[in-house]
Design a protein around this ligand. Structure first.
Ligand SMILES: NC(=O)c1ccc[n+]([C@@H]2O[C@H](COP(=O)([O-])OP(=O)(O)OC[C@H]3O[C@@H](n4cnc5c(N)ncnc54)[C@H](OP(=O)(O)O)[C@@H]3O)[C@@H](O)[C@H]2O)c1
Length: 250
């Protein structure tokens, strides 16, 4: 275990699987105190046990990021226990891809609720604390889709463009004046459960067929990028990291 983040308090949303779980483990391996937030408590508990078995510290705080009160309570609880919030990783997200002509408005709303409003609730609870502290680091997990939409991913891309705009604006408002750093992580295809929730069968099938013989990123590849950003010296704000599988041309 390295000690580069010793005693820092890090909140990770969507920590129950995929990228969030890998980021939480990596932060704990740097000796941060990690607050695990997501809805599936059993998954968070297994992760916190795994982290503890390696000498790390992780707390389970079941949270639905679509519920503003739950996010606020999770942040307030962490403040009460530890007295500061040093890192917020806004990672929770959903990606039910489908062609826009199918007008799956319920799924569009879900993406707005989790990928955008969930991030805003995190920011609303944490930014005032970081401003008071005069320091902090916000990591938003955006996507390559936040730079370039793709067919079937129009609304998903819209949420990730919004996350990128937020990240940029946060730097302008909170960087020089308040010492808060902001990073927008933009992965290409990562092997996680994200694709299992695509309800449009033809999109899901063509996606898995297209990636059958290609190497995607692994969650830990993204976690390494997050650690690079949050362990940079205080005067360095790593604003954006775009990382794609070598086998992903777009
Ligand atoms: N995989 C990729 O190719 C890829 C590429 C670029 C960007 N991303 C982004 O990476 C982030 C993580 O996705 P992933 O690939 O790791 O997928 P994943 O394995 O499906 O993880 C998604 C996480 O989000 C959580 N989540 C979903 N709805 C939530 C809610 N209402 N409240 C709290 N947590 C919620 C899930 O936890 P619970 O279900 O337990 O709540 C889960 O922990 C997302 O923002 C995604 O858009 C992924």
């Amino acid at each position: 275990m390295s000690e580069s983040l010793k005693g820092r308090v890090a909140l990770v949303t969507g920590a129950s699987s995929g990228i969030g779980a890998a980021v939480a483990e990596a932060l704990a391996a740097e000796a941060a105190i990690v607050v695990l937030m997501a809805r599936r408590e059993n998954r968070l508990k297994s992760l916190s046990d795994a982290i503890a078995s390696k000498g790390g510290v992780a707390e389970v705080v079941p949270t639905d990021v679509c519920e503003r009160g739950e996010v606020e309570a999770a942040v307030a609880g962490a403040m009460e226990r530890h007295g500061s919030i040093d890192i917020l990783v806004n990672n929770a997200g959903v990606m039910p891809l489908s062609p826009v002509r199918e007008a799956r408005v319920d799924e569009w709303e879900r993406m707005i609720d989790v990928n955008l409003k969930g991030v805003l609730y995190g920011l609303g609870a944490v930014v005032p604390i970081m401003v008071k502290q005069g320091r902090g680091h916000i990591v938003n997990v955006g996507s390559v889709a936040g730079r370039r939409p793709f067919p079937g991913g129009t609304v998903y891309a819209a949420t990730k463009f919004a996350v990128r705009a937020l990240s940029w604006g946060l730097h302008l408002e909170l960087g020089a004046e308040h010492g808060i750093r902001v990073t927008d992580i933009q992965p290409g295809v990562v092997s996680t459960e994200l694709f299992d929730h695509i309800t449009d069968e033809s999109v899901r099938d063509s996606f898995s067929a297209g990636w059958k013989d290609r190497r995607s990123l692994q969650p830990n590849d993204v976690a390494r990028a997050v650690i690079h950003a949050v362990t940079a010296p205080d005067h360095v704000s790593v604003s954006e990291i775009l990382l794609r599988p070598t086998d992903q041309p777009t």
